[in-house]
Design a protein around this ligand. Sequence first.
Ligand code: AHR
Length: 496
Amino acid sequence: QQARIEFDPRFTVAEVPDRLYGSFVEHLGRCVYTGIYEPDHPTANEDGLRGDVLDLVRELGPTMIRYPGGNFVSSFRWEDSVGPKEDRPRRLDYSWGVTETNQFGLSEFMKFCRATGVEPNMAVNLGTRGLQEALDLIEYANHPSGTAWSDLRRSHGDEEPFGIKLWCLGNEMDGPWEVGQMTATEYGRIADQTARAMRKMDRDLDLVACGSSWHGMPTFGAWESEVLANCYGSVDFISAHAYYHPGDGDVPSFMASAQDMERYIDDVIATADAVGAKLKTDKKINIAFDEWNVWYQDEWETTEHAQWVEAPRQLEDRYSAMDAVVFGSLMITLLRRCDRVTAACLAQLVNVIGPIMTEPGGPAWRQTTFYPFAEASEFGRGKVLRVNADSPIFTTGKYGDVASLHSVAVAGEDGSVTVFAVNRDLETPLSLTLDAGTASVGSVTCSTLTDEDPHAKNTLEDQNRVVPVENKSIAVADGQITIELPAMSWNTIRIT
Ligand code: AHR
């Protein structure tokens, strides 16, 4: 089957925001303990951070990391996680049914951010705590010196303030599972009060209010509308969270998960802009898509709930080649809509629905989803271009007829153009023609991730079963490029 796309570096959608390539570290399962932090590991550095994981995180290329939750944050006392490790209390974590040792905390997180060159994105607890504790935390983190909290930080060995600019005001406060769930009115007011008070310390903070926990929440839309009616003037972002899996066995709909993500983004923007219109303001609230991924949630609910143990194996999804293609399609959606989705976090980073897996005392390796993220973060920098596409369709139960080809083009500052393209059809290859307009077409390369077995995975025993390989089908003639995209494939096409 034939597909075609046209673009031109002169016609742009938006600059790719740096924060689009965020990720997420939650105190959950083995994301922190035996994930990024394992002092006894042979590769650990002097801060207890695993060197093999640091290397993989740098290769993955996240730009920003959200911390410490997630559901975890809603019963977290940040003071437990600072100061001498031997004095830090052990606590029950009510979100995930485990014991938290607090051996990794704010200072260790900042060391991790510095070691990987990422921006910290810190969440405050608005579940069991509130305004005062949020102010204490920001004073501890960001005030230079001369006050009780800032001098406490200095006495803990962190002389320089952390300078955290991006903050989440709670997490999923609409969810019945969340410790301290609130109504939209209650949350909108506390978010507004917290945001306004935090800005008294630093008016240039970037603040994220909680949107709905997912597009299918019964209160979706009404929640965003009421929350923003209360805090539109004091926040910058509204959050969105989305996880996809073929829960009902409907694989074609799973392949087309990005349809839901696009619609979700449209709906949040429409709702936020409607609140702005009523308030007669020019200010726009953008989306922080601060949790997104493939997540086989049913499997976790039935098999993995823990009972007050330390760092058990929770949510350790093993991703297949098919999952990586869906994941890539979600990444393409975020890029296509980066005019209004100006921050996003792949949830999560290590072990817990992560692109990186580890064994305690053993190796670390890349899941299939590692590759679309790493390639997008490396090459998806610059300006997103307007793309006209013509594609065959496939039929899905949830979204009707959907284009097999899903793509985005990004023009780099160096004159290159990178096209990320997935073929979402599980059976039929696509012959793709690209018309690159006025772009100069010197060399063209393509790397392709696919597998004859859609369920093939990278495992401890076989860590490189699914990796991108060079696509040798490229032909260039009269300024037109053609490439064969295998069925169910993720492709990174570089025009330089
Ligand atoms: O990422 C896993 C969990 O999913 C987060 O803790 C929560 O915010 C969401 O429900």
